[in-house]
Every structure is written in C-alpha cells, then in structure tokens.
Design a protein around this ligand. Structure first.
Ligand code: PEP
Ligand code: MN
Length: 332
C-alpha cells in the first residue's frame, strides 16, 4: 500500500508513522510517501487523519504501477531526458566490454560523429565461464570517465556484484544491473541509496512481476531514476541466443510507469538480426535502444558474434530513424 501523508506532517512524525507501520518512507515533491507490502489494504485507523491519499494493490508492483502514477516517469541519462512525454528513444551504443583506450576512443568518436550522447561498455563482465575475459575493472572505468570528459558523453556501465558497486556508482552516469545481477540485493540496495540512474536488465528466466519488483527495491529506497531493459528470455530455441519478449514490453507499457528500453543485441546474439529487431522495437514507441558496436567485432573479447561494426551501426540508425519517426518518437 502507498500512503501520502498530509503536507503538515513533520519529518519526525513521518518517521514515527513509518516505524509504526514498518513502512519504507520516501519524499515526493516535499510530501512524505510511505510504502508497505501489498497485503495491507486499509489505512490503519490511528493514522487516518494524517493521510491525504492512499492506494491499495494486488501485488508488490506499487511505486512502478500506473495505478499509482499513470504518467510515465522522466529519467535522465546524462543531459538527455527520456520517459514522461518526451517521446525520446535514446540510442546507447558502444562495445560489450571496454578493452583498451584505443578501442573505447573509437567507439566514443563514432557516437560523437553520429550525434549520439551515451556510451556503454562493461568493465566488470558477468561471464558464464571463469576462463573468459572478465573485463578491465577499475582501469576500464577510468577510460570511460576519460571519454566522458573528452567527448561529453554519458557513460553506462554494469555492476557484476556488490563488491565494486561503489566504484561503478562513482564512475558511471547510469549503473547497469545486468540480467544475471538483477537479483543481487547488494547492488539494488546500493543503487537505491545513490542518485545515479539505474538501468535494470530483465533476467532471462525472470517473470515480469519479478523484474518490476527489482525496480521496486530501488524506488522504495528513494531513487526514482530507474529504467527497465528487455534483453531476451531463454526459450526452447537454440538458433538465436535468446528470444526478445515484445509481449512483455507491451505489458510493461500498459501497466508500469518506468521507461522501457530494448536490447536487441543480446536477444539475437548474432549481428545480422540486430537491425531488423531494432526496427521492430522502435515501432513499439520505446524509450531507448541498447546496441553493441565494436570497431572490429571479429576480435572482440566478449559477445563478438552480435556486435555491429561501425558501418553496420550507422546503417542501423539510418533504418531505425524513420520507424521511430513513424510512431512519433525521435532517436536521440
Ligand atoms: C551486456 O550488456 O553486455 C550484458 C552482459 O548484458 P546482459 O546482462 O543482458 O547479459
Ligand atoms: Mn554484451
């Protein structure tokens, strides 16, 4: 249940009520907002006079629910705003992993040349095998920070686990919580306490409810800058890496007030499918696309098969632009 307290309720009293109800307490436009589990259906009578509005829910999708806030939330990625009624589709590009200064600089230059604003690159990679390239760690984060400085790009990078979350928060504009990391409560709770934008990728065996509940961890901790990212589910199919759940995206767009971005690169796992899928995604009127590109995909240290080379990336944008425009969105 979500409760808005009367504006006259003091900080101290709000804290007292929150303790009494065992509720989370956050602030929204100077109003104290309390959140309990969805099992609570009525405002306790002893607090009735101090509550201005309340919402009861069927399940723990609460702050993210359109039943609470029907308008899509606005979220910042560097200087760009998505969500709200911006109709912006941000195109976040860059390699799977930061591999060297030369490589990440080439990516930064490509984005700059194309008028794009947001650079991705993993430094702590959540690899399935311990023998695969694990990422450059802190050295990679420093390279991303250098690219931000030199090219004025925002930086999106992933946290693999809670051991280095403080580093990621320090160096990134957007903390990416990966498909395998979205259940990591250490990461989610640290993100909740930070002021960084948080991009949560859906686990490949995760229900929509579990996915949005991961976002509730961040929202209920007081950070409202949360984006959801659909990146494909594991199905019986083996010819493609995963299966992109556009049905799930339609469901989120109907029921959830968070911006939704799509990642056709990881879904398809093969470069030839990324552009057609990106067009299909853009046709849904989405808040963003996350697409991997590498100066020389053949030698990429992770996800080599799915990364677009720079010519393919430019061609992809050329093809996606008119699709986004046809549904009233603009690629930024
Ligand atoms: C990535 O973005 O490079 C990545 C590892 O993604 P995911 O968590 O979706 O597998
Ligand atoms: Mn990748």
């Amino acid at each position: 249940m979500i409760l808005h307290l009367n504006p006259s309720v003091t900080e101290a009293r709000a804290a007292e009520i929150a303790t009494g109800m065992n509720a989370f307490s956050i602030k929204k436009n100077d109003i104290h907002v309390l959140i309990t589990g969805a099992s609570m259906k009525n405002v306790p009578s002893e607090y009735e006079n101090e509550v201005s509005e309340s919402w009861a829910f069927d399940n723990d999708i609460q702050l993210a629910s359109k039943k609470y806030q029907s308008a899509k939330r606005e979220v910042k990625i560097g200087d760009v705003t998505i969500g709200g009624d911006t109709n912006n589709t941000i195109l976040i590009g860059g390699p799977c992993s930061v591999e060297s200064e030369e490589q990440i600089r080439q990516s930064a230059e490509l984005l700059k040349e194309m008028g794009l604003t947001s650079l991705r690159g993993g430094c702590y990679k959540p690899r399935t095998s311990p023998y695969s390239f694990q990422g450059m760690g802190l050295d990679g984060l420093k390279l991303l920070a250098k690219m931000r400085e030199e090219y004025g790009l925002s930086v999106v990078t992933e946290a693999r686990d809670a051991t280095h979350i403080d580093q990621i928060i320090e160096y990134s504009d957007v903390v990416q919580v990966g498909a395998k990391a979205m259940y990591d409560q250490g990461i989610l709770r640290a993100c909740a306490k930070s002021d960084r934008t948080v991009l949560i990728k859906r686990g490949f065996g995760t229900t929509l409810k579990e996915f949005v509940q991961a976002a509730e961890f961040v929202l209920s901790g007081g950070n409202d800058q949360v984006i959801l990212c659909e990146r494909g589910l594991r199905t019986f199919e083996t010819n493609t890496r995963f299966t992109l759940d556009l049905c799930g995206v339609a469901w989120l767009q109907e029921h959830v007030n968070l911006p939704v971005i799509l990642d056709p690169s990881h879904a398809m796992g093969l470069a030839f499918g990324v552009t057609p899928l990106a067009k299909a995604c853009a046709a849904m009127g989405i808040d963003g696309l996350l697409i991997e590109t590498h100066p020389n995909p053949k030698v990429a240290k992770s996800d080599a098969a799915q990364q677009l080379d720079h010519a393919q990336f430019k061609d992809m944008l050329k093809q996606v632009n008119p699709v986004a425009a046809a549904v009233g969105y603009k690629i930024v």
